[in-house]
Design a protein around this ligand. Structure first.
Ligand code: HMG
Length: 369
């Protein structure tokens, strides 16, 4: 018999500093409208000198475990999905477990597939529970990243950082359907060679790949459940969340899907405006947090949602791998306890100016330190 499974607890951890993209634009001599209107960006979450991918993961994990209220001895799997590698051998799950004092009878590892790595970790935890191999144990899954580009890189306004943690067990926050829709192609659109501090990016190729992956995944879902009708697919879900490298990218992906499906402009605008754009409010306050970005969007939609609310979640990771998941809000979504933590993190952040940012980039050039 299949075990009930899904997200039993959810938590977010943001770093303690923030930069307005308009200040970054002024620093770089660029029209701020390019970053705010052209890319749709708002704020960039930044680490202080004593924060990094591990402290973010540990903070989110502690919050998720505390809210779950279960016994940590009942955790049988600990996975961290990230592309902010600390070490070529030692997994981030070990760094995180050390930070939160977790040891015991659990399997521990790190997953990597660019921004898709957190989704892979979550899928593996769900499938591990559903297979029966978990013998009723829970999984702790964390998506954590620090996204930094080289100063003056075109990707600089799309930086960000943050972590989302899940306890996978009873579906009190959300159930996740076991059927999902994946599409992968081996490309070099965004990659970070061993030993290099910042990613190399083929921006235009990354945009094409993202659009193609989104269309392939949504078409599979439409074919499987909605007679191939993409409009009916978007209509069905209360919200469709996307990986958010920057909000304009998501808008372009919806436009691409609409063009392929033959929607008129009004249909595209309506579906984007009602089902997709409202899912990116938290992303605009954080920037691209890579593996965590999709799940911040999902967390924002789940917070306050009525039980049974259905949503779709499209994950993209450069390289490239994509997967579309479908979820249903559980009874604990309405209370949405993680929203208060998110808002407190946002309210407590130190707002830094452009000159502080510039000075920090010279002393703290590497994301993983
Ligand atoms: P760019 O080349 O500097 O931007 O960087 P642009 O020149 O193409 O302009 C962007 C938009 O701003 C355009 O609008 C301009 O017209 C507009 P569009 O035509 O696209 O609608 N614009 C203005 N608007 C108002 N006022 C103005 C103004 N000037 C221009 N004055 C690029 C864009 C995406 C290349 C860059 O941000 C980048 O390299 N980003 C990193 C790569 C990325 O995010 N790719 C997205 C898909 S891949 C992905 O999601 C994976 C990722 O998350 C990593 C992972 O998987 O690990 C990145």
């Amino acid at each position: 018999m299949r075990m009930r499974t899904g997200i039993a607890s959810l938590a977010i951890q943001l770093p303690s500093r923030v930069l307005d993209v308009r200040d970054l634009a002024t620093l770089r001599g660029i029209d701020p409208d390019k970053f705010t209107k052209g890319l749709g960006c708002g704020e960039i979450a930044l680490c202080s000198d004593d924060e990094n991918v591990v402290t973010l993961a540990a903070g989110a994990a502690k919050r998720a475990i505390a809210r779950w209220g279960g016994d940590v001895k009942d955790i049988g799997l600990v996975v961290v999905g990230s592309e902010t590698a600390q070490d070529m051998s030692r997994p981030l799950s070990a760094f995180m477990a050390e930070a939160i004092g977790l040891e015991g009878a659990y399997r521990s590892y790190e997953t990597k597939h660019a921004c898709y790595g957190g989704t892979v970790a979550l899928r593996q935890a769900l499938e591990w529970r559903a297979s029966g191999a978990a013998r009723g144990k829970a999984a702790l899954v964390v998506a954590s990243d620090v996204a930094l580009y080289a100063p003056k890189d075109p990707g600089e306004p799309t930086q960000g950082a943050g972590a989302v943690a899940f306890v996978v067990e009873e579906p009190t926050v959300a159930s996740v359907d076991l059927e999902s829709y994946a599409w992968s192609e081996p490309v070099f659109d965004f990659w970070r060679p061993v030993g290099e501090s910042f990613p190399r990016v083929d921006g235009p190729l990354s945009l094409d790949c993202y659009n193609r992956g989104a269309l392939r995944c949504f078409q599979q879902l439409a074919d499987a459940r909605f007679g191939g009708d993409l409009e009916a697919t978007f209509e069905h879900f209360a919200a469709s969340c996307f990986h958010v490298p920057f909000p304009k990218m998501v808008k372009k992906a919806v436009r691409h899907i609409g063009e392929q499906a033959g929607w008129d402009e009004a249909t595209t605008a309506r579906l984007y405006g009602t089902k997709v754009d409202p899912t990116m409010g938290w992303n605009r306050q954080v920037g691209n947090s890579y593996t965590a970005a999709l799940w911040m969007s999902v967390a924002s939609v789940l917070a306050g949602a009525d039980e049974g609310t259905e949503l779709a979640a499209f994950s993209y990771g450069s390289g490239f791998g994509t997967e579309l998941l479908t979820l249903r809000a559980g009874p604990a979504a309405k209370e949405g306890a993680w929203a208060a933590e998110f808002e407190a993190d946002v309210a407590d952040r130190e707002r830094i100016d452009a000159s502080t940012y510039e000075a920090w980039r010279t002393v703290r050039p590497v994301a993983a330190e």
